[in-house]
Design a protein around this ligand. Sequence first.
Ligand code: NAD
Length: 501
Amino acid sequence: MSAQNVPQIPLFINGKKVSSKSTNLRNVVNPATQEVLAVVPFATIDEVNQAVESAREAFKTWKKVPIGTRSRIFLKYQQLIRDNMKELAAILTAEQGKTLADAEGDVFRGLEVVEHASGIGNLQLGEFANNVANGVDTYSILQPLGVCAGITPFNFPAMIPLWMFPMAIATGNTFVLKPSEQDPMVTMRLVELAHEAGVPPGVLNVVHGGEEVVNAICDHPHIKAISFVGSTKVGTHVYNRASLNGKRVQCMMGAKNHAIVMPDANKEQTLNNLAGAAFGAAGQRCMAISVAILVGEAKDWVADLVAKAQTLKVSAGVETGTDVGPLVSKDAHKRVTGFIEKGESEAALVLDGRKVQVKGYESGNFVGPTIFSGVKQGMVIYDQEIFGPVLCISFAANIDEAIEMINANPNGNGTAIFTQSGAAARKFQEEIDVGQVGINVPIPVPVPMFSFTGSRASKLGDLGPYGKQVIAFYTQTKTVTERWFDDSTVATGVNTTISLK
Ligand code: NAD
């Protein structure tokens, strides 16, 4: 289908869909079929300014809206997301490629944050200390910052926007969202549903675009905080540029997640978990397992892992029984197959997914499960984030050697150990320098009562998305020290000291 016959995705400003005046358009393409689904306009700077202005105006009233009213909007919103789950998943699969079941998972992990936001009355609480001095009390209040912004990646177009705007809005801020230009359609549907749930005009706005729009967000004097999720290169740029402009910034970035496999691990469960975490979503998860370190006798499991990976069905996300969908774009396909080509001269390619044939979807961006064995530090396939269905297998003589390898890697998003030994698991949990740890759990993304706690090169900024940390991120703590005089208070004269008297 030609791009002329498809809808243009609107911006969302002040509660309305707005047709962009931009002539800079990009196709949104189904990665399994190459069908052009829509065109997305890269907003003009004037349109970015309008979105921020709309959010700034809405903040004046939204910040005063009672907690209960805010909470009820999110209660309604979570129900609307549930009611529209199938439609949301279908849009997501069409533009992103992952399987329908995994698309529902993408929406569901975001829905959990919406549920959490509906409990805002219990989350945004200050503290109170009685009698900090004679007749003096101190309390703290957590006030919203103002206009906040979110910049999201292509790989979770439902979950990651939902990490951001529900908590920002629930805490009393207003928001400008810049979704991934590769798959903005499901994000737009979620924004529509948020308005149907009662989010007032101007509280949540959307602009589309790439570098220019992101830079405008980093520079805008009326944006107070930015939440970014995406690659390390872009996240570092956003962090530096927006921080220099005085903004609060959190950036969740790239990864290389290792799993340690101890020889005492439950073999069948471990192989299932590794295959799911390495090849699910075609390896396009920031928490995907991309390196498995087989310890001691577990070195003999390579052939079994290859056999397990070969059982996975590669096809379009809409096809029943699909395990591995296409990569998001032709560019991603080129990048991933390029890494495999490089890897061939570095390590043993024991399973090659490049030649995969998918009947009925010959033009899809498919790469099947791919496994390299004998991978070491210093190899390109180890040092770079491949972001595709490629698993690197390394070997270690013992757990100390495996932990040392992981701690030497700059990234710190996620890691896991497979073992039946409590002592080994506890040693791992204590000694590993990675922010999110799984024990027989391959993708330990925390549920929203905790925060997403990636670390080291995978994160810039101290506070993570959702959970308690994000309440601190989206609010300014104000402390109030108060004294009330009654008629019996005895005047003690002028106090020229710093002490509270
Ligand atoms: P990306 O960095 O290319 O894009 C992220 C956002 O930045 C998009 O909205 C994009 O429009 C914008 N952008 C792209 N190039 C830009 C530029 N030059 N200047 C300014 N803005 C720019 O990331 P992606 O490819 O969409 O997503 C995949 C990456 O995201 C992987 O590295 C993955 O590990 C990471 N990721 C991390 C987490 C996490 O929680 N740590 C979660 C999901 C994805």
